[in-house]
Design a protein around this ligand. Structure first.
Ligand SMILES: Nc1ncnc2c1ncn2[C@@H]1O[C@H](COP(=O)(O)OP(=O)(O)O)[C@@H](O)[C@H]1O
Ligand SMILES: [Mg+2]
Length: 415
């Protein structure tokens, strides 16, 4: 008989979920809940399977000098989100420090995580805190003061100092001051052999640097390629084993998730999230993870991800997205040129009273949309007529309408 009171319905639902558990350790489906040492343990297994081998080889060559008493130059790394930059670097630097310790080479490495945007002041303050040079300030202390404290803290350290500056393009105000300090000033004031590792999700971030910093910055460059389907299968299999009970995954599911994520720019974070969402839907449905459930999970994730992203995005980015949607709809879904998109953008700005940015700045917005996979753009060569860019809106119609609706609503709410 169907339970009728709210208590019994609730109890029965909970019983159903508990009875159908397929997840044995949820944390392995959500990296934010994994502590660093667990994450690194998972990684060692994966790296042993030759995932990210090319990158690890490159990193090893670059840093080899540390174990020989040389001073390797700085390093710039880029690759799309979810290509394993943060994890690989953390893993690599830990191992390097371990090897250096075994040879009595003093190596200190610090990870400055700028995954959310912040001004130079906060970035330096975070760095100072990490080095134990300062407490956290809201304000009332100058940039100069922060810099002096960092220098004083490091003054007498004689070894290698590796500063891993993650998502460096997120320093939003006074970026030049931040870079100038790290690249020009700090090395002159400390004894340590400083090696800076700048990591970014953007391909072109050094283009925006102050030329005076740039000319000073001797860099090696390393690109993280998107994961391919085979890499992603490795990554996923280990998660399946750690997170799920045996037999919870139907044949073909891991391959399918890996294929989907590798088509969508090889983002491992997304692959793990898709596995997690599929497992959740399977528990809810009281079944194992089936191919059909993976499709449902992908739809739900896309919707959540894009909508959350856009809701919290700067208004200019939202306007650029609305422009691409309008121009694409005028072109009946065909790829559009940058000019069409810019016209639509100016029209959108007129209607909503937003200040229109220059064509060049608009180009940067398009890059950003591309980075988040909201649009795809590719540069076409037209021989001696130069190059032009084509923008493709490759999302489901339902999702496009949801996004467009959300943006319009945001602008109406702004008045
Ligand atoms: N080699 C890997 N092994 C296991 N999981 C990985 C690996 N690379 C990436 N991931 C997964 O993808 C997520 C994103 O990786 P991360 O290093 O943060 O990427 P990036 O810094 O390039 O955006 C991680 O939290 C993890 O879930
Ligand atoms: Mg990262």
């Amino acid at each position: 008989m169907e339970p009728t009171t709210v208590r019994s319905r609730m109890a029965s639902r909970i019983q159903h979920m508990v009875g159908n558990a397929i997840i044995k350790d949820r944390r392995f489906l959500d990296d934010e809940q994994l502590i660093r040492s667990e994450q690194l343990a998972v990684l060692e297994e994966i790296f042993n399977a030759n995932v990210r081998d090319a990158e690890i080889q490159e990193l090893s060559s670059h840093f080899a000098g540390v174990l020989r008493g040389d001073h390797p130059c700085h390093l710039a790394i880029w690759g799309k989100t979810g290509t394993g930059k943060t994890l690989t670097l953390s893993f690599f630097l830990n191992l390097l420090a371990e090897m250096a310790r075994a040879k009595n080479v003093p190596v200190r490495h610090e990870h400055l995580d700028l995954s959310t945007p912040r001004p130079c002041f906060r970035a330096l303050n975070d760095l100072a805190c990490m080095l134990g040079a300062s407490r956290r300030y809201k304000k009332g202390i100058s940039l100069e003061e922060l810099m002096l404290r960092i220098e004083a803290e490091l003054a007498s350290y004689p070894g290698y100092l590796i500063l891993f500056i993650d998502e460096v393009d997120n320093v939003r105000r006074d970026r030049d001051a931040f870079m100038t300090f790290l690249v020009r000033r700090l090395p002159q004031r400390i004894q340590a052999k400083l090696i800076l590792v700048f990591v970014s999700n953007r391909l072109n971030w050094p283009d925006h640097l102050d030329p005076r910093v740039k000319s000073f910055l001797k860099l090696n460059e390393l690109i993280f390629k998107p994961y391919d389907a085979v890499d992603l299968q490795h990554i996923l299999r280990i998660r399946v084993e750690k997170a799920l009970l045996p037999g919870s995954v139907q044949p073909g599911v891991v391959e399918k998730i890996a294929a989907m994520a590798s088509q969508d720019h090889g983002d491992a974070r997304q692959a793990v999230a898709l596995l997690g969402k599929s497992a959740y839907l399977a528990e809810k449905a009281g079944s194992t993870i089936t191919l059909a459930l993976v499709d449902n999970a992908a739809l739900e994730l896309d919707r959540d991800r894009y909508l959350t992203l856009l809701r919290s995005a700067p208004v200019q980015l939202q306007a650029a997205m609305a422009a691409v949607i309008e121009a694409t709809s005028r072109a009946k879904g065909a790829p559009i040129g940058t000019g069409d998109a810019y016209d639509a953008y100016q029209g959108f700005c007129d209607r909503t009273g937003l200040r229109a940015m220059t064509g060049r700045a608009f180009g940067d917005l398009l890059d950003e949309l591309d980075m988040y996979s909201l649009v795809r753009s590719r540069v076409l060569s037209r021989g001696r007529y130069g190059r032009t860019r084509e923008i493709i809106l490759d999302l489901s119609e339902e999702l496009i309408q949801k996004i467009y609706g959300a943006i319009r609503m945001n602008f109406e709410l702004r008045g």
